[in-house]
Ligand binder design. Structure first.
Ligand SMILES: *Cc1c(COP(=O)(O)O)cnc(C)c1O
Length: 387
């Protein structure tokens, strides 16, 4: 890990709001932990949204070193950008499938033999991809998604039954996997998961009538789904969040290793008399004399504005409550109880680290760790370790 003193010692004018440390060894350890839980199933990695904001061009090679070969993105252009970073034998799956420009783009890539595979989310996608295969006179790979309850993407049960009895529905297509997605896997007691599992198994029996699925494999679980038990693992699992250290079992102990640390620095400290106000809207008024410090991180850096007057940051072991509104480029925190001489300009402040996790920040902000991670701004200096 890069030492905090590096941040503290950085020359004035360092152009970043703070230091964002991303531990690629922790990503690898998390992959190993998940793989250890899934028996003979294969562990893929979800690297959409630039690996949840952490840098997919760094995460993909790190996962590849652990043997990961199945990578999931949301959009065709995300797949394009990652092709140069893909290991031999690796495949990129495009979860949102054949949308807009993606049809000709993915068809061209696939026809050229690039390892980019669209997820077909509707009958229209199936038809478009079949037509692309016919036009190019070659077999094109695909993943078929079926909807098992969340009404987001995938064929409805009636459509599954219809294609199962249509011998030509998948002409020219090589169906690598059939997938669905769990809506409530992070709530182990929620009855939806078992119902979705039953619907997935029912669709599997229906599709078994069709020759195109003779060699297909099956894929259901995201991070939390892995922790629902072996019945949810099938042939391939698709974790994202847990790889990046988020807790796949909210409310329970987090078995994953933390991946991210974020530090900013104090850019100004000052004493204020009783009755002073802090920040936009004067939403905080100090009852007594206080000492406050201004930090170089705001909502433009992904520090949520919903933390206005809520949550805290840390100086060593001391908790510094956030006062008033979060600004675009700064926040003000209470340092009244910090011993003299510590809360001074340039002192490094922990926003995410040993004292509060990404999930803790999300809880305080009334959101989920996914949103905090994917919002981490572009103004931080990013330092990768391990990998
Ligand atoms: C984002 C996503 C995942 C990964 O989910 P996590 O909860 O981050 O593990 C898996 N499958 C699909 C279809 C997704 O959209």
């Amino acid at each position: 890990m890069t030492s905090l003193s590096e941040l503290a010692d950085a020359p004035p004018g360092m152009p970043s709001a703070g230091l964002l440390e991303i531990d690629l060894d922790a990503v690898r350890a998390n992959y190993r932990l998940l793989r250890g839980r899934i028996g003979n199933a294969v562990c893929g990695g979800v690297v959409k949204a630039d690996s949840y904001g952490l840098g997919a061009s760094r995460v993909v090679p790190a996962l590849a070193r652990e043997g990961c070969r199945h990578f999931f993105v949301a959009h065709a252009d995300e797949a394009l950008a990652l092709l140069p970073h893909l290991p031999d034998g690796g495949t990129l799956y495009v979860l949102n499938g054949l949308v807009g420009d993606a049809v000709p783009e993915i068809a061209r890539l696939a026809a050229e033999g690039a390892p980019v595979v669209p997820v077909l989310n509707s009958l229209d996608h199936v038809i478009a991809w079949r037509a692309a295969a016919a036009r190019r006179g070659r077999v094109l790979p695909a993943v078929l998604q079926i909807d098992t309850g969340m009404s987001r993407l995938g064929l409805a049960p009636a459509e599954v039954a219809a294609v199962a009895d249509d011998g030509t529905a998948f002409a020219g297509l090589d169906i690598r996997f059939v997938m669905s997605h769990l809506a409530c896997a992070d709530e182990p007691l929620h009855p939806a998961s078992a119902a979705q599992l039953a619907a997935f198994q029912a669709a599997r029996e229906v599709l078994a009538r069709h020759a195109a699925f003779a060699g297909a494999r099956w894929c259901l679980a995201n991070s939390s789904g892995i922790f629902l038990g072996a019945g949810y693992h099938f042939d391939l699992v698709r974790p994202g969040a847990a790889l990046y250290g988020l807790n796949p079992q909210p409310g329970g102990d987090n078995p994953m290793r933390a991946v991210v640390r974020l530090h900013a620095r104090i850019i100004q400290a000052r004493s204020i008399p009783a009755g002073s106000h802090v920040g936009y809207g004067y939403t905080f008024a100090s009852a007594g004399a206080a000492r406050v410090a201004t930090l170089s991180v705001g909502y433009a850096d992904g520090w949520p504005r919903s933390l206005s007057g809520k949550g805290a940051v840390w100086l060593g072991d001391q908790r510094l409550p956030i006062l008033g509104r979060v600004s675009m480029d700064s926040i003000v925190v209470d340092v009244s109880h910090v011993s003299e001489g510590r809360a001074v300009a340039d002192a490094p402040i922990e926003l995410i680290g040993g004292h509060q996790s990404v999930d803790d920040v999300a809880d305080a902000a009334g959101t989920i760790g996914y949103e905090i991670l994917t919002s981490l701004g572009r103004r931080y200096r990013r330092v990768y370790t391990g990998g």
